[in-house]
Design a protein around this ligand. Structure first.
Ligand code: HAM
Length: 432
């Protein structure tokens, strides 16, 4: 009896070549952009101690309180039981790693980028997964608003590099911690006055994280947010001047943006600037492709000396969905050439020649099924392989064959060497 097939875990997906061709293009563009801005790569483990995110991201945030893949690891750390989780985001982990390596000293500056999987136990939806990939960057040691601007410029450069238009940059400020505390109190008061209208979930937010009431998706919250107090009235002079400079800097670099007072972000570590790049169409409700901001208190929060930080992360799947929607999906490239074997001597010669060509970087296909010559040619045709050469005893003996362009039937006599075939491929490719 056939056994049930075991499927992947909900919200976690396999990735196949058809999609990964676009992923690689994206990753390459990101690497080039990060390098041009002076960022070096960092890779941190997938498992971290849960305390890192409880302390770094905030116990009351959704991603920590509800969405962690969390378990007890016994046997690590000298036999003690350790509460660990699969990282839900990269920023706290990057801070932990740099602190642990002694790299975050008050007069140092560090700029790092990362790419890799993150895990959140969310309800899966279009563009929302339980394993998803982020690419992101973090810069430490810079207080000036120009680094906030540079971070957003880097996001914009990447989007431009990918040819993605229709992504809007939203920015806001959450002020300094004392501004934010006063603002949070004002929000509490406002929503308390409307307590009866709130759902259980909203009441829970009111108690634990009132800022998040502003970006709630429920109709009543959208309605209430319109008249809710705005952060402007609560900003201290320093935070206000910082935000003015950020806006001026973006304008100077000709990076379009919209100030969105309801943008509060779901992680607790932000101070002053926050931003999100949102797709105007194609992603439905999960339209944030990249998000970030300044977090001047996080390094200290995690046991380091006081040190400013700013960064962002982008969802790779969401960027890929946008690229695919924009018709920028890259299909797997077919091999350039198939060496067709007419007999055993041809088969042996094809294997040797294929290896030589592959070592030079040419993608070559040979038959491994023992198929007849005609079947091999049919296969080359079906796989859209543009060029073929037939190799039989006669060709092997003469050391010469005919390179054929499948689309036109054009042929060219070639020596059966890797160099001559490469040259022939070039000549026939450029001939229309
Ligand atoms: P975040 O807003 O939680 O921020 O995530 C950043 C981006 O990751 C989102 O804008 C979205 O594109 C993608 N993303 C988040 N959750 C999912 C999901 N379940 N499925 C698919 N994509 C998702 C952070 O993670 C911060 N660490 C960003 C940051 C870096 N702030 C400062 N530095």
């Amino acid at each position: 009896m056939a056994k049930d097939r075991i499927k992947s875990v909900k919200g976690m997906h396999d990735l196949f070549e058809v999609d990964l061709a676009t992923w690689r293009k994206l990753e390459r563009a990101a690497q080039d952009t990060f390098t041009a801005f002076g960022y070096g790569e960092i890779r941190t483990p997938i498992l971290e101690k849960t305390a890192l995110f409880v302390r770094g991201v905030g116990e009351a945030t959704d991603i920590v309180s509800k969405e962690m893949f969390r378990f007890d690891d016994s046997g690590g750390d000298g036999g003690k039981v350790t509460d660990v989780c699969m990282r839900p985001e990269g920023t706290a982990a990057v801070v932990r790693a740099l602190l642990q390596a002694g790299k975050l000293t008050p007069d140092s500056d560090e700029r790092v980028f990362y790419m890799g999987p993150m895990f959140r136990r969310e309800r899966p939806a279009k563009g929302r997964f339980r394993q998803f990939f982020q690419l992101g960057a973090e810069a430490f040691g810079f207080t000036r608003p120009s680094i906030d601007v540079e971070m957003m410029a880097m996001v914009q450069t990447l989007l431009d590099e990918l040819g993605l238009t229709g992504v809007k940059l939203l920015i806001n400020t959450l002020g300094d911690p004392e501004d934010r505390a006063a603002y949070t109190e004002a929000l509490k008061g406002y929503y308390q006055d409307h307590f009866d209208k709130l759902s259980d979930d909203a009441k829970d937010r009111l108690e634990k994280n009132p800022l998040r009431l502003l970006d709630g998706k429920e109709d009543v919250l959208v309605e209430l947010a319109k008249d809710a107090p705005k952060i402007d009235g609560f900003l201290g002079d320093a935070a206000k001047a910082h935000f003015d400079d950020v806006r001026e800097g973006l304008t100077r670099l000709k990076i379009p943006f919209v100030v969105e007072p309801k943008l509060v972000r779901g992680l607790d570590y932000y101070t002053r600037t926050v931003f999100e790049a949102v797709a105007e169409s194609g992603l439905g409700a999960q339209n944030a492709v990249a998000a970030g901001g300044r977090y001047d208190g996080l390094v200290e929060q995690l046991g380091g000396k006081s040190m400013p930080g700013v960064g962002f992360a982008a969802g790779i799947e969401r960027l890929v969905l946008l690229l695919e929607d924009a018709g920028k999906k890259l299909d797997k490239q077919p091999p350039q050439l198939m060496l067709i074997a007419a007999d055993d001597a041809g088969r042996n010669a094809a294997e040797v020649l294929a290896l030589d060509l592959r070592r030079q970087g040419t993608c070559v296909e040979v038959d491994h099924r023992g198929a007849k010559m005609k079947a091999q040619i049919r296969r080359a045709d079906r796989a859209s392989i543009p060029f073929v050469v037939v190799l039989g005893s006669r060709e092997v003996e003469d050391g010469k064959g005919q390179l054929k362009k499948m689309a036109t039937g054009d042929v060219q006599d070639v020596d059966l060497t890797a160099d001559a075939l490469s040259a022939g491929l070039q000549t026939l490719s450029s001939a229309s």
